[in-house]
Design a protein. Sequence first.
Length: 273
Amino acid sequence: MFAASPIQERADRFLSLANAGYQAVYRVNSETQWTAVTDVTPEHDAASEATGKAYAAFNGNAAIINEARELLTHQKELSEITVRQLKQLLLNAAEGPMTNPELVSKRVAAETKQASLMNGFEYQLNGQKITANEIDNKLEKSADLAERKAVWEASKGIGPALKPNLVTLRDLRNGVAKEMKYPDYFSLQVAAYGMTTDEMLKMLDDWMATLRPLYLQLHTWAKYKLAEKFHQPVPRKIPAHWGQQSLGTGMAGPRRSSEHRQVFRRPKTGMDH
């Protein structure tokens, strides 16, 4: 067994402190965020913003950034896992680099505001308050297309409320990414996968091309089943309000999930107990 190099020992000590600190602030921040999401009040929003700033202040500390960068200039003397952890530290720092504390403060405040707007939004249907769960329940059970369309449109009422601050957030997110030498926030997010944006987009395009034949088959099957369910002519494209969920990501019951599970259930063998 070879003795660790001095640079590896230095990295180990640094990461031991950084990881301990990260776990502590991550837990506090996560707990506060959860409270703010599940009980939207000005007090919880203020606590969420405060812990968000503390979280960013730790992760984006200039001392952490500088030490991680310095250690990475000696990659050949470091273990693979050490290099990966150091790179992750820099990715974490890029979400709130304290080399520009004013920018980070604005971003945390905008993120808190956006979460509060989204989680505290009151949907309206025919002038009456309706919850997100009630919207999903109606889209799951109703066979009345006029009602479904009204409910689906009510689910989109949140968009205008979110848009102004989302535009602000876009600029702030791009700003923190550029502070750490990424061209934009998308590039920062993709970097977490060890890829460039071109590589990521090519991979997604390849997936789309590969899955398109299957998608067309499933889309055709679904639109015939839904047209039958709602007693409508088969459409060229499936209307969004025919879907089961307000995000338009599910179809309204061509087949129950229990039936799907039965299809894919593997037969019992002698190894099953």
